[in-house]
Design a protein around this ligand. Structure first.
Ligand code: PLP
Length: 418
């Protein structure tokens, strides 16, 4: 029972270094966040020892009386947070949640219609190497080549052409709201189920700052670790209790064995925190921060960018910088920002002339910095640092020191020693 630093100093060093990296740099990967200490505590707890196959009150193992309480709390809180009649909080990740959803509402060989991966869709929405593209006949809709927006007339045309059994609304890289009512109408017209994957924008929905898909979708899946800022994992909700049995059996035993009870307990805590006023304030700062970044990157003054951003702005927690007309490609831009201490990911833009490992875009997200406490003033400074970094001849040392000023003013996990 020796502590980690004694048992495995090499891994202990990794943990220490990673804590230092998170503290000393600006995390702007749109799918990342910083979990509260309370969530770290559950995830590092003795709940990791417990097998609990089955569902609360109907387990295949003894000794589940306490973990049942954790799972019941997580279910009740997820339902209440999103106004759903049903919740399954067992998916280990967003991808397993999505595999369970598809196996519950479609049969292998069925046609599924989702947003094209290179236009901002996700692997699990029909990419050919993913289970979704291998097991199902995956077809896609793209964004409009002029506006970069999802055009619901195109979605309807594709649905009428392919007659899918499932229509998927959701994205990993798209800076605008989707029209869930229009997706519902199209699904009804062609007799498809509507599945919304809100993995990215779930926190905004929970805060009431983004339209909710729950009233429109047959089923909604999500991760907990992006805008919500909870443990790395997934969940499924629905207003349709008739689907409940199918969804449950497609998570367990369909996709998974024993649930990760330490993670489920942490989900319960994340959902509890998401119902509090501070959470709404954080989501508001997240959205405001993304809007400020978009405005500063595109502004034509000496400090700002003069860059393009897809759709001209954002309504959510991320901005997609369009580098097709910039001297730097996505890889170079990611590397320059890494040098000044800002972590983002390069991202293909729709109709990207460059290959996927290079790309012509950057996905820049604000959730983690909003969690760190950033508001309008700090996001303006961050945006200007990004814009200046991407200009020819940038003074990276000076920019790195401006990053340090921000990280020092907003300490992360104060007092935590790995
Ligand atoms: N769905 C969407 C829309 C996502 O963006 C992601 C993650 O990137 C996932 C699902 C998968 O989540 P995970 O990485 O937890 O499997």
């Amino acid at each position: 029972n020796e502590p980690l630093e004694i048992v495995d100093p090499e891994i202990y060093a990794v943990l220490e270094k990673e804590l230092g990296r998170q503290r000393d740099t600006l995390e702007m990967i749109a799918s990342e966040n910083f979990v509260p200490r309370a969530v770290l505590q559950s995830q590092g707890s003795v709940l990791t020892n417990k097998y609990a196959e089955g569902y609360p009150g109907r387990r295949y193992y003894g000794g589940c009386e306490f973990v049942d309480i954790a799972e019941e709390l997580a279910i009740a809180r997820a339902k209440s947070l999103f106004g759903a009649e049903y919740a399954n909080v067992q998916p280990h990740s967003g991808a397993t949640a999505n595999a369970a959803v598809l196996s519950a509402i479609a049969t292998p060989g069925d046609t599924i219609l989702g947003l094209e991966l290179s236009h901002g869709g996700h692997l699990t929405h029909g990419m050919k190497l993913n289970f979704s593209g291998k097991l199902y006949n995956a077809v896609s809709y793209g964004v409009d080549p002029e506006t970069f927006l999802v055009d619901m007339n195109v979605v309807r045309d594709k649905a009428l052409e392919h007659r899918p059994q499932v229509i998927i609304a959701g994205w990993s890289a798209y800076p605008r709201h989707l029209d869930f009512a229009a997706f519902r109408a199209i699904a009804d017209e062609v007799g498809a189920k509507l599945w919304v994957d809100m993995a990215h924008f779930a926190g905004l929905v929970a805060a009431g700052l983004h339209p909710s898909p729950v009233p429109f979708a047959d089923v909604v899946s999500s991760t907990v670790h992006k805008t919500i800022g909870g443990p790395r994992s997934g969940f499924i909700i629905s207003r349709d209790t008739e689907l409940a049995k199918k969804l449950n059996s497609n998570v367990f035993p369909g996709q998974q064995g024993g649930p990760l009870m330490h993670v489920i307990a942490a989900k319960a805590t994340a959902f509890k925190l998401a119902a509090e006023p501070e959470f709404r304030d954080r989501q508001q700062r997240t959205i405001d921060g993304a809007r400020i970044v978009a405005e500063r990157l595109t502004a034509e003054d000496s400090r700002a960018g003069g860059l393009d951003v897809l759709t001209g702005g954002t309504e959510v927690h991320l901005v997609l910088a369009d580098l097709r007309n910039s001297p730097l490609d996505g890889q170079q831009a990611e590397d320059v920002l890494h040098e000044v201490g800002i972590t983002v990911n390069r991202n293909s833009v729709p109709f990207d002339p460059r290959p996927p490992m290079v790309t012509s875009g950057l996905r820049i997200g604000t959730p983690a910095l909003a969690t760190r406490g950033f508001g309008d003033v700090e996001f303006t400074e961050v945006a200007d640092i990004i814009a200046e970094s991407l200009k020819p001849g940038a003074d990276t040392a000076a920019l790195r020191s401006r990053v340090s000023t921000l990280t020092e003013a907003f300490p992360l996990y104060p007092g935590l020693v790995q």
